[in-house]
Design a protein around this ligand. Structure first.
Ligand code: HEM
Length: 163
């Protein structure tokens, strides 16, 4: 059976291995349904986890509802969501796996330098999955594909982050 790896791989250690082509297709098609909802996605993350918002010098201590329509918020939302889009797109092709690994490793290193922890990444993941589950065609198969993809991605980032 042919495998397409999505959002990372098995070379990072004790993880489940690459996604099947079916899982890869489910991740891509569901992401396509929300990848232009940048502000909405960042809003959902900050709303669920204010300590994540508090790590941003430009947003700390500010009322979420009053910053969400601002230019800075849109800029950062676009950075995060574009990063995820890039990873999803690259991961559709096995030959890009090294590039995905490099990107996610750099993300982990850069965030460690900002004092971001593994548990904050895990909370980001929870908020993202919660957002997806209520904004895309969701079902057990889509949930399983995202879980697999995010397990793989987090395993790469976690190598750089502290608890
Ligand atoms: C979970 C807790 C997280 C916190 C507290 C956090 C915090 C930050 C902060 C403070 C910045 C710098 C913003 C600026 O200077 O304007 C940043 C940049 C960035 N973050 Fe995060 N972040 C988190 C998770 C993530 C995740 C999971 C992703 C990707 C899916 C991500 C993607 C990015 C990108 C692409 C940038 C801009 C590039 C860079 O400077 O590294 N962040 N983040």
């Amino acid at each position: 059976m042919k495998f397409f790896a999505v959002l990372a791989f098995c070379v990072v250690g004790a993880i489940a291995g690459p996604l099947s082509s079916d899982e890869a297709a489910l991740v891509k098609s569901s992401w396509d349904q929300v990848k232009h909802n940048e502000v909405d996605i960042l809003y959902a993350v900050f709303k669920a986890y204010p300590d994540i918002q508090a790590k941003f010098p430009q947003f700390v201590g500010k009322d979420l509802d009053s910053i969400k329509d601002g230019r800075e918020f849109a800029t950062h939302a676009t950075r995060i969501v574009s990063f995820l889009s890039e990873v999803v797109t690259l991961s559709g092709n096995e030959s890009n796996l090294a590039a995905v690994h490099t990107l996610v490793t750099k993300l982990g290193k850069d965030h460690k330098a900002r004092g971001v922890t593994k548990s904050q990444f895990t909370n980001f993941r929870t908020a993202l999955v919660s957002y997806l589950s209520s904004h895309v065609s969701w079902g057990e198969n889509v949930a399983a594909a995202w879980n697999h993809a995010l397990d793989n991605t987090m395993a790469i980032a976690f190598k750089q982050l502290d608890d």
